[in-house]
Write a protein that binds this ligand. Structure first.
Ligand code: 5AD
Ligand code: SF4
Length: 469
């Protein structure tokens, strides 16, 4: 029997049909494309699929936006600033479209899954040719063909929360030593502030064999580090009994480094901690969003754990892996957050001492439970609080980074540093970015780096020795 968590697949006939459309688009001569990606790693991975589809249809990446024949915006709606940027940036294309009427402008991703948003966008930006949702990605060939051939606007947004998954789509990553692999889609948690379950649908896991095959294929392409992606990887499940720790064990060793995100504290099991601690290639790094340190707020957020339980998890993680890199997400100004609630968050942060924290001002999302809550916190109060939290975290991060000066750390070299032409950039097992003063390193090298100094969020050092692929 099919488990609730298993993803239904897009049937082969439908994929063949799309292949037919792809061939037809390719016969039209192709062109140049640009994809603008907003939001999380899930969207980055989706954009790679979109790029893979476009390249399969004869399109190549444009060096500059002005050269593009097709521009796609892959949108995010988790907070309203991302949304405002999309409207602004799509609007800016009006002039380019006037100058080049053949330009195809498309908007896709999470924002398009929100009720009423596609209509609003099509009204405010009449030059948009193509709109599709997260569940319709694989239909890009069909949609693009009709835009190109019939010169008509195509809109396809599927609200099915169990939308089937298309396996085997091409992905264009343009090399690199690091890659993302989806293990599941959607989220069932309905945290009261969050729009994701509404736009990404219910939790659906991919078959372990498909995940393994993708990871092995990436390894053959020279990828050294894979990050497994899911909104809540701990609820990964397949009917053959594979849960997340089992999946990790099956993937362990396929590439030298394996990471995953995101973990929900309520589902983080002892078995996962043991699997991480004993894994050969599983990095000692965890992104574990806490969101708040106040039990009243955590309850109102529907997070289903307490601050005490979270602290206990951190204690267990550090007991099993003393050098584990811990990062988190914190929302400031959730409805009803009092001064005391916020102080509880400051206190939790003082106790945990995260290596890094992503801090967000609460943003009201239409349709979520929290949007209807009373006691929305005034903007001024939210800002005062977040500045204090950021200052506290910066001090902790600084102390932690400085304590590593004089140590030797193994760094996977990702490429030349973007800021300094005499340096390379890479990451430690715990996820810290290190700038390496050296010459002749190659992406994919493992360098033992002697740490000499610390920046705001990064370390800097010189190479002791190198292990090449
Ligand atoms: N307001 C502010 N932050 C939010 N996040 C999710 N929804 C909201 C919202 N409405 C944050 C959470 C989550 C991260 C990806 O984004 O901290 O972990
Ligand atoms: Fe949103 Fe909560 Fe699901 Fe994360 S776990 S995607 S915050 S609903």
């Amino acid at each position: 029997m099919k488990e609730r968590n298993e993803a239904a697949l897009v049937p082969q006939e439908e994929k063949d049909r799309q292949q037919g459309f792809m061939d037809e688009v390719a016969s039209l001569g192709g062109g140049k494309y640009e994809i603008v990606t907003y939001g999380c790693q899930m969207n980055v991975r989706d954009s790679q699929t979109l790029a893979g589809l476009l390249e399969g249809m004869g399109y190549r990446p444009a060096a500059r936006r002005e050269e593009a024949d097709l521009i796609l915006f892959n949108t995010c709606c988790v907070r309203d600033n991302a949304e405002r940027r999309v409207f602004g940036n799509v609007g800016h294309l009006q002039a380019q479209k006037k100058a080049n009427p053949r330009l195809v402008v498309g908007v896709c991703g999470c924002m398009m899954q929100q009720e009423g948003v596609p209509e609003k966008l099509l009204k405010s930006s009449p030059f948009v040719d193509l709109v599709f949702g997260t569940g319709n990605l694989y239909k890009l060939p069909e949609l693009l063909l009709s835009v190109l051939k019939e010169r008509r606007r195509r809109v396809l947004v599927d609200q099915n929360p169990m939308a089937p998954i298309a396996e085997g789509l091409p992905a264009s990553r343009h090399g690199g030593v690091q890659a993302f692999v989806n293990i599941m889609f959607g989220c069932d948690n309905f945290c009261s502030y969050c729009i994701v379950p509404y736009v990404r649908g219910r939790e659906r896991s991919r078959a372990p064999e498909q995940i393994l095959a993708e990871a092995e294929d990436l390894a053959r392409q020279g990828v050294q580090e894979i990050t497994l992606l899911g909104q809540n990887v701990n609820s990964y499940r397949w009917s053959d009994g594979t849960d997340f720790p089992t999946l990790l064990k099956r993937l362990d060793g396929v590439v030298p480094r394996l990471r995953f995100m995101t973990s929900h504290p309520k589902d983080l099991s002892d078995e996962l901690i043991e699997t991480m601690a004993s894994g050969r290639s599983i990095c000692k790094q965890l992104h574990l969003p806490v969101q708040s340190g106040s039990n009243a707020i955590l309850q109102s957020m529907n997070r289903r754990y307490t601050a005490e339980r979270y602290l206990e998890l951190v204690r267990k993680l550090r007991a099993a892996m003393p050098d584990i890199g811990l990062s988190t997400d914190i929302i400031v100004g959730f409805p009803g957050e009092t001064d005391d609630d916020f102080e509880a968050t400051m206190e939790l942060n003082r106790l945990v001492r995260f290596d890094s924290a992503y801090t967000f001002l609460y943003s009201k999302r239409q349709g979520t439970k929290a949007a209807a809550m009373e006691n929305q916190v005034p903007e001024e109060t939210m800002k005062e609080r977040i500045y204090r939290l950021i200052a506290q975290q910066e001090a902790i991060t600084q102390e932690k980074l400085r304590s590593m000066i004089g140590h030797e750390l193994e760094v996977l070299v990702e490429g030349p540093s973007t800021r300094d032409e005499n340096a390379y950039m890479g990451r430690t097992d715990a996820g810290i970015t290190v700038n390496i003063e050296a010459q002749g390193l190659r992406p994919g090298d493992f360098a033992l780096v002697s740490i000499a100094s610390a920046g705001m969020n990064t370390l800097r050092g010189t190479v002791k020795c190198v292990r090449s692929r």
